[in-house]
Design a protein around this ligand. Structure first.
Ligand code: B1M
Length: 210
């Protein structure tokens, strides 16, 4: 669809205003929020990722594209998240220590909210200690961790070890995800589950509270 291509292109050049307007127009045209997300916004961001990798663009351009992505996600948010319903469970979510990538984590949060969870978002660069404090404070069903760097994904293991040391491991399900994370890695570090994308993450989370 032409408008989804336009959304992807506006995102790639970091035009947040245009992304916002186009996402709204796509919704008004009756395009489903998930199609706008996957074939417009995420599609655009994956092209940004390839250009970044090939040194065709640099951190500032990626940051501007990330802001445009967030602007588009803000328009979709009310449609992807449930409101006014009794939560089906509680999730503590964060991007692990040393890692500042939050777009995927924010999407997972939205999808989980859409599935009926109350989500406590600890943000980015979250240390094991902060995860433990939050588990003690909020008593969640699930701890959800995101990592986008091969150098930070190992922090997920530290959080699981910290949960064990604090005697909390059996009280929560731990799920992990993010581009470099795999199902095998999740198993190796002793997580309960892995999801490859935000929709799958919400589905997996539901299986932990039924
Ligand atoms: Co960064 N970055 N970045 N970056 N960045 C990557 C991740 C990279 C792959 C780019 C590349 O080289 N191609 C590369 C990592 C290489 C590696 O480790 N293997 C990289 C690098 C190297 C870096 C820096 C080190 C660059 C530098 O400074 N030299 C630096 C590190 C900063 C830090 O974190 N300490 C850095 C910085 C940044 C920006 C700040 C500029 C910006 C982040 C802005 C922000 O998040 N607010 C940024 C961005 C935007 C990217 C790319 C281009 C896009 C990431 C993204 O948002 N994708 C990325 C390249 C790429 O991924 N193609 C890249 C869209 C998002 C929807 O996808 O986050 O994967 P994603 O989430 C997916 C799934 O992974 C999954 O669901 C989502 C889809 O539905 N998912 C989960 C995510 N979390 C989950 C949790 C779950 C389940 C599923 O359960 C709990």
């Amino acid at each position: 669809m032409e408008i989804l291509k336009e959304i992807s292109e506006a995102l790639q050049v970091g035009n947040a205003k245009k992304v916002k307007e186009l996402v709204q127009k796509a919704l008004d045209d009756g395009i489903r929020p998930n199609d706008i997300l996957n074939n417009g916004l995420i599609e655009g961001m994956s092209i940004v990722g390839v250009k970044f990798k090939n040194n065709e663009i640099y951190v500032p351009e990626v940051l501007i594209a990330a802001r445009a992505m967030q602007a588009g996600m803000d328009v979709l948010k009310p449609l992807l998240t449930a409101s006014g319903v009794e939560p089906i469970g509680k999730v503590v979510i964060g991007t692990v220590q040393g890692d500042l990538h939050d777009i995927g984590k924010n999407l997972v949060k939205m999808m989980m909210q859409g599935a009926g969870f109350e989500v406590i978002d600890l943000g980015v660069d979250v240390s094991a200690e902060k995860f433990i404090e939050a588990v003690n404070e909020y008593n969640p069903n699930i701890v959800a961790m995101s990592a986008l760097l091969t150098t930070t994904m190992i922090q997920m293991k530290n959080v699981i070890e910290a949960l064990k040391n604090a005697g909390l491991r059996d009280k929560v399900k731990v799920m992990v995800g993010g581009a470099p994370v795999t199902a095998n890695f999740a198993k190796e570090i002793g997580a309960d589950g892995y999801a490859k994308d935000a929709a799958e993450a919400a589905e997996l989370a539901k299986t932990y509270v039924v």
